[in-house]
Design a protein around this ligand. Structure first.
Ligand code: AQP
Length: 345
């Protein structure tokens, strides 16, 4: 059986280095060096997940196209991998509904992301300028069943996600096993490997929280689109710890996060960086980190800018991707419907 890789990002804001280091960079490596030599890779822009919290419609459209441009600029090659927008394949919502009937409310309510996003909604006044403070929607609760549908529709074997999404993949595995036990082999049980997941990148303004697109302050995240001046400013402003040494320590979460970012971008081990900066202060380390990020992002940003000059070309790539994955999605959905007793007329 061919191995299939599936993953996605929500166009809920501007893609940041957490998304890049935690997910996209690994996708590119998998695409270019598939473990079995015969893998297919599907990378989705999960816009239906993004609407589980309020989005400004115009901004959502822009972010969706922009996500496709970032995927390609970072190295996803549409000749090798399929890139498409989730909402263009109706099989996702249809299967998600069916799977929600095989998922317990308690399983969904205990998901960390649900708890965190619910709390955030209740504390925030909202920063989209479109709709303010809201109670959590049913969609926010059932988010993992839509994610399960995304993964299971394609008989996915491998899901490269950041560590924060592992809990959702585990639930996907449980739902798939439950369904297979009831109706016979239907879904491939997907796997994730922490080896192919990047480290969790924490917020620049609060290292106890993960870097997040939808954060209220832009100083939380480093967007892939940030200008060199902005990158330098954000790194200078990034919180540091009470110590003075550039050392990775559990009780020094801010400098440890900055070391992680440097290491993931430069490819140098954290220990090597500790040596390199052993006689330097935080300020000097931060300048070096800013330089590293700026030079790493420069070619990616230039490719992104040129892709965004031709939105119709991007739309063509996304349409072709959607058509290419259609038959697998339709086959799985049809099998599921037959098995549970729906008339496939
Ligand atoms: N801070 C992070 N560190 C490492 N990996 C991360 N990912 C997200 N944030 C970090 C990984 O990026 C992929 C896509 O994430 P997503 O857009 O589906 O949802 P998310 O995890 O909720 O990302 P954000 O940026 O925090 O978005 P919002 O603010 O809209 O919720 C996933 O593989 C994720 O692990």
């Amino acid at each position: 059986m061919a191995k299939r890789i599936f993953s996605g990002i929500q166009p809920s804001g501007i893609i940041h280095i957490g998304n890049y280091l935690g997910a996209i960079k690994q996708w590119v490596e998998l695409q270019n060096n598939p473990p079995t030599g015969e893998d297919e890779a599907i990378f989705c822009i999960v816009d239906l997940h993004a609407i589980t919290v309020r989005q400004n419609p115009e901004q959502l459209r822009k972010n969706t196209l922009s996500a496709a441009a970032w995927y390609i600029a970072c190295g996803i090659n549409p000749q090798k991998s399929d890139i498409f927008i989730q909402s263009t394949r109706p099989e996702h919502t249809e299967l998600a509904w069916i799977l929600s009937c095989y998922t317990q409310i308690g399983e969904l309510a205990r998901m960390t992301q649900y708890k965190e996003k619910t709390q955030k909604l209740q504390n925030d006044l909202g920063d989209t300028g479109f709709i303010v403070k809201a109670a959590p929607s049913a969609g926010l609760l059932t988010y993992p069943t839509l994610m399960a549908a995304d993964i299971l529709l394609y008989q996915t074997t491998t899901v490269p996600v950041g560590e924060d999404q592992v809990q959702h993949v585990e639930l996907t595995r449980d739902i798939a096993k439950r369904f297979n036990n009831l109706y016979g082999q239907t879904f491939t049980i997907p796997d994730y490997s922490t080896k192919i997941s990047g480290k969790r990148i924490m917020a620049l303004d609060d290292p106890s929280k993960k870097m997040s697109k939808s954060a209220a302050s832009e100083y939380n995240y480093m967007a892939l689109s940030d200008s060199p001046e902005k990158i330098r400013q954000k790194i200078r402003k990034a919180v540091t710890d009470s110590g003075t040494q550039v050392k990775y320590e559990k009780d020094q979460p801010a400098i440890s996060n900055l070391l992680n970012i440097h290491s993931e971008i430069s490819g140098k081990e954290v220990a090597e960086l500790e040596d390199e900066f052993s006689s330097k202060n935080y300020g000097e380390f931060k300048e070096a980190l800013a330089d590293t990020i700026i030079s790493h992002l420069a070619p990616i940003q230039s490719k992104y800018n040129s892709l965004m000059q031709s939105p119709t070309e991007l739309e063509k790539i996304l349409k072709a991707g959607s058509e290419k994955v259609a038959s697998t999605a339709q086959k799985t959905l049809s099998d599921v419907k037959t098995k549970i007793g729906l008339l496939n007329l």
